[in-house]
Design a protein around this ligand. Structure first.
Ligand code: GLY
Ligand code: MN
Ligand code: MN
Length: 436
């Protein structure tokens, strides 16, 4: 992998010319009092370095004669390492991670200017770490003040995102292998969850089994808080309490994905707790399934990202009209967002190092993002007949028999040269497969 990290840095450096790019590791996050969350490296930082420690800064200075890649890291410290674990230290930052030069992080302010003085731009992503933003702005300001003395130095700050996020959007073979493994583990977990679900069991029991499989198969854990939502809970898009006892006659919606080697999967299935759909559940389920299949069929190189969502919306709206939940002309209902009380989220997002991965969805209003081989997106339409939803005045009241049903079906789809591959096809979703 070190070769691939180096190739990515080279690719980035080729694009920044005489600039210097600065990347900051993710900050530590507090869970409560002095207890911290498990550390997870910033995805851009990891993508370029593979380095997973906190308190680090990576500098890429393609114009520098000797030090094109510099790492600032936590120095070795036996006492501190006893408390909070192994640190790679200065020497290994060079030997293992390929830095041309490495320094202890506390020397950042002293050493950084030499990599900026001859740069024409600073490439930096203004992030949530306000204190570090101020550090970079402080250096920039001092270099601007002293510019007349040198006649060189950065005269603009540019966002690194526009460059690196378009690189991250197209997955390499090595990335794809990790994505496949993240998918394979989640497939196993979802299949197991379907087997053990039964009336009387609690949502958290199913969550525990899913997350057990994530870990015993070598995953880092859940890619995001697992959603195990029975009955009306499925109408809350981000329901994560997972505390309810499941009843016969209800549906269970599970939205759970695994993180593996920093890459993520993201799968949703909805199925009957007691094994059989009610007629209403089945009718709505078949609409969502059809919407998902037609949306997935749109995933082909040359089609727009937007066409996937538009297709799902059309099939869902047609279905709602057929049931009498919506009334009117399809195009007009879509144009006026009349489907939104029942389908309030988007159909897709990019997937990769981040669950909602980086990369743009359109290049301005009139310029769609066109799908290309190597991109991975989710396709996740749903219908949620939320209790007490106030409908538009010109719509009839939703008949009570539909109310409280929530359904989503989500797969992870790779754009291939000839079409697409559903990476998560190993979890059944046909009606006769999810009935038991
Ligand atoms: N589970 C988060 C999502 O589906 O986007
Ligand atoms: Mn998703
Ligand atoms: Mn999901």
């Amino acid at each position: 992998m070190q070769i691939e990290y180096r190739q990515r840095r080279e690719q980035l450096m080729a694009k920044i010319g005489n600039g210097t790019a600065i990347f900051r590791s993710a900050p530590m996050a507090v869970m409560h009092n002095d207890v911290e969350y498990v550390y997870r490296q910033d995805s851009d930082f990891f993508y370029l370095t593979g380095f997973n420690e906190p308190q680090a800064v990576a500098v890429l200075a393609p114009h520098h004669a000797e030090h094109r890649f510099v790492l600032f890291v936590q120095p070795k410290d036996r006492e501190k390492e006893v408390w909070s674990g192994y640190r790679c230290g200065i020497d290994a930052a060079k030997e293992i991670y390929g830095a041309d030069e490495a320094y202890p992080i506390h020397e950042l302010d002293e050493k950084l200017p030499q990599y900026l003085e001859k740069a024409d731009r600073i490439y930096y992503h203004l992030g949530r770490d306000r204190a570090f933003n101020d550090t970079i702005l402080g250096h920039y300001q001092r270099l601007l003040q002293t510019y007349p003395k040198r006649g060189t130095g950065p005269v603009a700050i540019e966002d690194t995102g526009t460059i690196i996020h378009s690189m991250r959007l197209i997955k390499s073979q090595a990335e794809l292998e990790l994505m496949r493994q993240a998918a394979a583990i989640a497939i196993e977990a979802h299949n197991h969850a379907q087997e053990i679900t039964a009336p009387g069991r609690y949502e958290y029991e199913i969550q525990a089994e899913i997350e057990r499989i994530f870990r015993v198969r070598g995953g880092m854990g859940p890619a995001y808080p697992s959603i195990v939502a029975s009955g009306v809970n499925a109408c809350v898009l981000h329901y994560i309490e997972n505390e309810r006892q499941m009843q016969d006659g209800e549906l269970l919606l599970i939205d759970a994905g695994c993180a593996y080697g920093y890459y993520n999967s993201d799968i949703t299935r909805t199925f009957p707790v007691g094994g059989k759909f009610t007629p209403e559940q089945k009718t709505l389920y078949e609409i969502v399934l059809e919407a998902q299949k037609q949306a997935i069929a749109q995933v082909q190189p040359g089609n727009s990202f937007k066409s996937v969502h538009d297709t799902a919306v059309r099939v869902l709206t047609e279905g709602l009209v057929e049931l009498g939940i919506l009334q009117g002309e399809i195009d007009k209902l879509i144009e006026e967002d009349k489907y939104k009380p029942y389908y309030m989220h988007r159909t897709s997002h990019w997937l990769g190092l981040d669950v909602h991965d980086v990369g743009v969805y359109q290049h301005g209003e009139d310029k769609p993002q066109i799908l290309q081989p190597g991109q991975i997106l989710t396709v996740e339409p749903g219908l949620y007949i939320v209790p007490d939803t106030k409908l538009a005045e010109d719509q009839p009241e939703t008949h009570p028999r539909w109310v409280g049903i929530g359904i989503r079906i989500e797969d992870d789809v790779l754009v291939t040269p000839n079409g697409h591959e559903v990476l998560t096809a190993g979890v059944p979703k046909e009606v006769d497969e999810v009935e038991r």
